[in-house]
Design a protein around this ligand. Sequence first.
Ligand code: GLN
Length: 541
Amino acid sequence: MIVKEPKYIFVTGGVLSGLGKGIAAASIGNILKARGYKIFLQKLDQYINYDAGTLNPGEHGELFVTDDGAETDLDLGHYERFTDENFSQESSIMTGRVYSEVIAKERRGDFLGKTVQIIPHVTNQVKEMVRAGGSISNADITIVEVGGTVGDYEGMYFLEAIRQLKVEAGANNVLYVHVVFLPWLEVTKEVKTRPAQYSVRDLQGVGIQPDIILCRSDHPIPQSGLDRIALVANIPSNGVIPLETSPTVYNVPLTLENHGVGDLIVDKLKLDNKEADLTEWKNLVVKIMSDKRKITVGLVAKYTTMEDTYLSVFEAIKSAGWHHNVDVKIKWINAEDLESRGDDINEAMLDCDGIVIPGGFGERGIEGKIKAARYARENKIPYLGLCLGMQIAVIEFARNVLGWRDANSTEFNKETKHPVIHIMEYQKSIKDKGGTMRLGAYPCVLSRGTHTYEAYKEPSISERHRHRYEFNNKYRKEFDAKGMTLVGVSPNRELVEIVELKDHPWFVATQYHPEFKSRPTRAHPLFRDFIDAVIKTASLL
Ligand code: GLN
C-alpha cells in the first residue's frame, strides 16, 4: 500500500553514453535535499543481468554495495556521495530482476491466464518497482535515472513505463530531465546541436516531452545553441541548461543551482519554494579547487586502465586529502608488474608515501600485492588494506614473520599447509544453496588503544562487506603473539574484521570495504587517519 506518493523526476540520456547522467541525477538529488526535501534515488538498468554482481569491474567499473547487501553499479556510489544518504536494493533495478519478478508472477498464476506482454505486464512491473522505492523510503521526491541512451532497443520498455507514470501520477507530479551531449567540431570550431535535437525528437517520439534539457559539452555553449535546442524541443529557454565539463564533478550541483534548475523543478512540481542551503557543498568545492600540498599514495591493483574500477576507493582517498587540505596523487601500481621484478621493488614503490591494496578476486597479481604489503610493513610506510588487502597483509605476515613459506588463502592455493585465509565450515554449506558471499553491512566491535579505535572513536561500528573468505581462527594466537593484532571482530567474536601491526606507524587492514561509506564532505575515519599518517611520513622523507 502506498501511503504517500512522491513526486518523480526521470533522467534520460541522449546522443551518447557516458555523459554523466548518474552525476546529473545525483546532483539534482543534492540540490533538492539542500532545500529540505526527502529524496530517493533509483537507477533503471537495461542489462539483462539480475544485478551487477557478475559484471567485470575492469570493463564496467566498480561494483558498489549498499547496507542491505545489494550489488549495484557505480552510479549508486555517486548517489550516496552526492546526497549523503544510504540507499538500498530498491535503488537498483536491472532488467533481469524486472523479468524474473514478472515470470514469478506468471508461474504463480497472478495474471489469471492472460498472455503476458511487455505492455502492460513488464511496464507495470517497472512502475511498481519505481513506486516501491519512494514509498519504502517515504520520500518527497524520487529521482530515477534511466540507464542507456534514448533510442536503444533494450531501453524502450523503461521509456514506456515512465511515460505511463506521468499519466497515472498526474502532470504536476512528474518531471522529465533529458541529458544530451553537444560535440565540438574542430574544423569549424563550434559546438554542434543537431544530434541533441534529434535525440529530443526521439524522446518525443515515444511520447515524452522533456521539461529540462542538460547540455553536456567539453566547450562553452553559445546562447544561440541553447535557444535553438529550446525551440526545437518545445520548451522555454530557461529549461535548457549548459553543463560544460568541470574540473571537478562536485561542482555540478552548484552549476545546476546557479542556472536555476532547483527553482525550475520546485515550480514545475508545485513544491514549496524552499531556500537551498548549499554552504557545506560550496566550501567543499572551494577546498577541492584550492592549491594544496601534494602527497602520493600507491594503489596496488590488478586493473590499472580505468579509474572507475576502484571509484569509491579513489573518492575516499581524495576526500581524506581534502579533509587534511592536501592533494593526493594516486599512483597506479600494476600488481603483475611487481611480480616480474624479483625481491627488490623499491624502484616501483619509491615515491609512495602510503600504500593501499583494494579489494579483488582471483589469483592474478596476488604475489605482487604480497610484495607491496611486505614493503609497507618493513619500510614502515602507512598501509591501508581493503578486503583482499587485509587477506594479503595476513598472508604476507604469515610467510615472512611467522615463517610459513607456503601460507596462502585457499582461494589461491587449495593445498597449502597454512590456509591463513579460508572458507569457514558454515559457509561451505551455504555454498550449496548458491549464495556464498558475505554481503552488506555487518557489525564489528573494536579494541581500545588501537589506530582503528582512535579513528572511529566508538566501540561498535557497522561496515559493508563483499567477500567469501575469512581469517582462519586457528591461527589467531600466533598472529597476535608476533605483532599482528586482531583489533576488530564480529560481536560473537567468530569473525576477524580488522588487523593492525603493533610495531608500525600506521598499518590497518579491514575485511570490509570502508570506501563505500566515505563521503566527500565527511571523509571516512580510516581513510582520514591513513592520510594523516601518510602526510607525517611524507614530511619525514
Ligand atoms: N577474494 C576475496 C574474498 O572473496 C576478497 C574479496 C574482496 O576483496 N572484495 O574473500
